[in-house]
Design a protein around this ligand. Structure first.
Ligand code: ARG
Length: 462
């Protein structure tokens, strides 16, 4: 079997059906630069251990560099008969440097420790890319928040009007989870960095006196796996990465859902920029929030990639099993999905225009100042249970009269309770309500301005 990594003990080559099932080059070929870097570090380790002459070492490095250049220029391709990226690159290296020198490189390593290392290295690079894209979105939200510090809106719980808030406060509430996602990626990276599996061999380690710590350092890791079985068989690093990407998907989806609601005729809170929305093939008037809908939809796919991977891992005995080849496609898909989705969501958010007057008009509706009445009464010495009842009675009277809380006359307020003096009107405005929520984390403009600085400092730290 030409170009195969095994065959000595087989009387016949693999059937075409087996080859078709087994082949992974259509998705793992993108690991080529990582595989070549691993091979370079491994060649150096063999050389240091006295297992490669200076000449063979130099020739292997030359061959690996040549393959790297051909890959970069797009003219390195796996053959149909290649099982995976590792086998393909060994075949191509043999073509480049000849079987005598090329055949020395595989000593002391297995595809099992190789792939476990490369996959980590690939994900570490993409974790940095994704973090940068998430931080771009954080900045788009922060930019919109900074521009709309004077806009009030109805804050909701259960999707019902609850209490007025600043639009900026609401937008920043979407930014903080994204900052935490970036922190999650950083924490994940620190854990993965200390765990380079090169040197684990197939499962039990290697006999050749190679230095896994040196290979790890050369590949940008801070340490090598403490246990060779764990190094080759664990994929919790992939599952954890898939979780963070799924969480980012969920965070994007919650933001997207609000953009979808806000741009409806009924809400009319926001308008999408023409370049960041789509039309209809039949209805000429349509302007659709497709980016937001794709964000919402793709979050399902990101969650699916995580659950699929966990289902693959569940119940696998130690150490390596071929099932583990199924670890890559879902996680690659999550990476590619986010790297396309995030810039689109960022552009959509950055170009959104808000209908401030509409939000301000709705902010006090639905009796959203009732809590302010109750808390005003508390400050006047009324126990909160009673204050809650009295503010509720005000709402009931308004509902009977078909008016809003500020429309109640001094007499009507006094009939509900003598404690409800005309001074209560000081909290019956949206501005009064919002600025009175001035404790840390509250929606008062002074606090939101501080919060914006805090957010920007947190995201600049990454
Ligand atoms: N392509 C495989 C994977 O992605 C690595 C090869 C290990 N195969 C083996 N038969 N030990 O997991």
């Amino acid at each position: 079997n030409e170009g195969s990594l095994w065959g000595g003990r087989f009387a016949s080559g693999p059937s075409p059906e087996l080859q078709a099932l087994s082949r992974s080059t259509h998705f793992d070929w993108q690991l080529t630069p990582y595989d070549l870097a691993g091979s370079r570090a491994h060649a150096n380790a063999l050389h240091r251990a006295g297992l490669l002459t200076d000449a063979d070492h130099a020739e292997l490095l030359r061959g690996l560099a040549a393959l790297g250049e051909r890959y970069a220029s797009g003219d390195l391709r796996p053959a149909d008969t290649d099982e995976d990226v590792h086998g393909a690159l060994e075949r191509l290296l043999l073509e480049e440097v000849g079987p005598e020198v090329g055949g020395r490189l595989r000593a002391g390593r297995s595809r099992n420790d190789q792939v476990a290392t490369l996959f980590r290295a690939y994900l570490r690079d993409h974790a940095r890319t994704i973090s940068g894209l998430v931080l771009d979105l954080v900045e788009a939200l922060a930019g919109q928040a900074a521009e709309h510090l004077d806009v009030v809106m109805p804050g909701r719980t259960h999707l019902q009007h609850a209490q007025p808030v600043l639009l900026s406060h609401h937008l920043l509430a979407h930014a903080w989870p994204l900052v935490r996602d970036v922190e999650r990626l950083r924490d994940w990276d620190a854990r993965v960095a200390g765990d380079s599996p090169y040197g684990s061999g197939a499962l039990a380690g290697q006999t050749l006196g190679l230095d896994p710590e040196a290979v790890a350092a050369e590949l940008g890791f801070t340490g090598s796996s403490a246990n060779s079985i764990d190094g080759t068989a664990s994929r919790d690093f992939a599952a954890e990465f898939a979780f963070v990407t799924a969480q980012i998907g969920v965070d994007l989806s919650r933001l997207a859902e609000e953009v979808i609601l806000w741009t409806t005729r009924e809400f009319d809170f926001a308008t999408l920029h023409d370049s960041w929305s789509t039309g209809s093939s039949i209805m000429p008037q349509k302007k659709n929030p497709d980016i937001a809908e794709l964000a919402r939809g793709k979050s399902g796919r990101l969650i699916g990639n995580l659950s699929g991977l966990l289902a693959t891992l569940k119940g696998l005995p130690l150490a390596y099993n071929r099932d583990l080849q199924e670890d890559k496609e879902p996680v690659f898909d999550s990476v590619q999905t986010l790297e396309v989705l995030l810039p689109a969501v960022t552009g959509m958010v950055a170009t959104l225009t808000f209908n401030g007057p509409r939000m301000a008009e709705l902010a006090p509706q639905g009796f959203s100042l009732a809590t302010d009445v109750a808390e005003w009464l508390v400050r006047e010495g009324v126990p909160f249970r009673d204050a809650h009842e009295l503010a509720g009675a005000c709402v009931r009277l308004c509902e009977e009269l078909g008016c809003d809380l500020p429309d109640l006359t001094d007499e009507q307020l006094a009939t509900i309770s003598p404690a409800l003096t005309p001074e209560v009107r000081s909290v019956l405005t949206v501005e009064g309500s919002v600025s009175s929520r001035s404790g840390r984390g509250g929606t008062a403009p002074v606090r939101v301005r501080e919060q914006l600085d805090e957010l920007r400092a947190a995201s600049a730290g990454h």
